[in-house]
Ligand binder design. Structure first.
Ligand code: COA
Length: 382
């Protein structure tokens, strides 16, 4: 490479605005605050569709019939059991290790027990996808149970995955509002175009590596606080604020110290994220019901304060924190719940990548030295 060739290159920091794939899975219109899954508006999906219907839509590109949605639900729930060795691995993790780290390791380990692990045919990939969609919520629930000294629970074949997740985590069957809230949460988190973890999954798939590897990488990307890791930190912040009256001073202090307010801001949205209104509604209902209205009120005041001070809107992680908290999910598990839901989208993108693959291999602009004189080891001085 000549120096001139290198100088022609311009690195796009954070790949902002770079179009890196053609995709029909979802569409984010950041200016008007719209989100579509396979052409359908997220508001219609959140209000009218079950989680099973939504995953079917993301994976097949069309709405299922009632019979197809029911078949998808029951087949997926039947795959929720884990190999005993994976449960044993979960048991062996140190009690203070982060649940996202355990989940990342467990998904990687699952590949060793999957009958289709190295079979990359489309049929085998769909089988693996359905297993992973079902097994990931079980890993999370089992981890929590084991750490509480409780035995893991088997799924209820009558529930769908979101309701089973709550049941297997807490040990009590969720009521109607809880089932609805868990379902809406997972539906809203199911896909979001070419976010960092989905891009990671597509990069790995583009090497023609396997589905478990792509999901393991996606989990690593989601774990970061600038991506899925924000929801846990949102709850820690809300719990750190003593009351509604303190919010303004608390946020002003953070902004003065140039600290990022977790759960706010987005690379694509320049207006309110359409998912926020749904989560805000469930946060209010669930917090009121569990006598934790103050948490929702603090959250709303934080939203108002940050918007007034910085013109920045909450992202999906903000109210998903109070929703999950009110559902009885501990904050350190919030990002794993995001991962369980986003598995639907990761799979859809991985399959799209396999179907029309070209190795994803960008380039960089070299900023180092050139033409340095080589010094043999014996002549190098400290
Ligand atoms: N709190 C305070 N200021 C924020 C902010 C936040 N959460 N998000 C963005 N900003 C500010 C930045 O400080 C910057 O201001 P400046 O131009 O005066 O320096 C401006 O908004 C643009 O931010 P930038 O970091 O360039 O935007 P980005 O597209 O790279 O960042 C995020 C997007 C999501 C990484 C960023 O908004 C963020 O860190 N949010 C908090 C973490 C989070 O909630 N992540 C979940 C995302 S779904």
């Amino acid at each position: 490479m000549s120096v001139d060739q290198n100088n022609d290159k311009v690195a796009i920091r954070g790949l902002e605005g770079v179009v890196a794939a053609d995709s029909s899975v979802s569409y984010v219109d950041g200016i008007h605050g719209r989100l579509l899954y396979q052409g359908y508006d997220i508001n219609d999906i959140a209000e009218h569709m079950t989680y099973s219907e939504t995953v079917f839509l993301l994976w097949r590109g069309r709405l299922p019939t009632r019979a197809e949605a029911e078949a998808f639900r029951s087949e997926a729930v039947a795959e929720m059991r884990l190999p005993s060795q994976v449960v044993e691995m979960i048991r062996l993790t140190p009690p203070n290790s982060h649940p996202m780290g355990v989940l990342r390791g467990a998904v990687s380990m699952l590949a060793n027990f999957d009958p289709d692990a190295e079979n990359v045919s489309s049929e085998a990939n769909w089988r693996k996808a359905k297993r992973l969609l079902a097994q990931i919520p079980t890993i999370i629930a089992d981890l929590h149970r084991v750490r509480c000294g409780l035995p893991p629970l088997s799924p209820d074949p009558h529930f769908d995955i979101p309701a089973n997740f709550l049941y297997m985590l807490r040990g009590t069957p969720p009521d109607k509002l809880e089932r609805e809230a868990m379902q809406v949460l997972m539906v809203l988190l199911a896909d979001h175009e070419l976010n960092a973890s989905t891009f990671t999954a597509r990069v790995i798939a583009s090497t023609l590596s396997d589905m478990h590897s792509a999901l393991t990488g996606a989990l690593g990307a989601l774990k970061g606080p600038l991506h899925g890791g924000a929801n846990q930190r949102v709850m820690e912040m809300i719990q750190d604020i003593p009351d509604v009256e303190t919010v303004q001073a608390y946020i002003a202090g953070m902004l003065e110290n140039k600290k990022r307010i977790m759960g706010f801001g987005h690379r694509v949205y320049r207006t309110e994220d359409p998912r926020t209104q749904h989560l805000r509604k469930y946060s209010e209902m669930l917090c009121a019901r569990s006598n934790q209205q103050h948490l929702h009120e603090i959250a709303q005041r934080v939203e108002q304060t940050v918007l007034e001070a910085k013109g920045i809107y909450p992202n999906v992680d903000f109210y998903s924190a109070t929703v999950q908290h009110a559902l009885g999910i501990p904050p350190e598990y919030f990002t794993t719940v995001f991962a369980a839901a986003r598995t639907a989208g990761w799979v859809a993108h991985i399959m799209e990548q396999y179907a029309d693959n070209r190795l994803i291999r960008p380039t960089s602009r070299y900023t180092g030295e050139m033409g340095l004189a080589f010094v043999p080891l014996r002549d190098r001085v400290a």
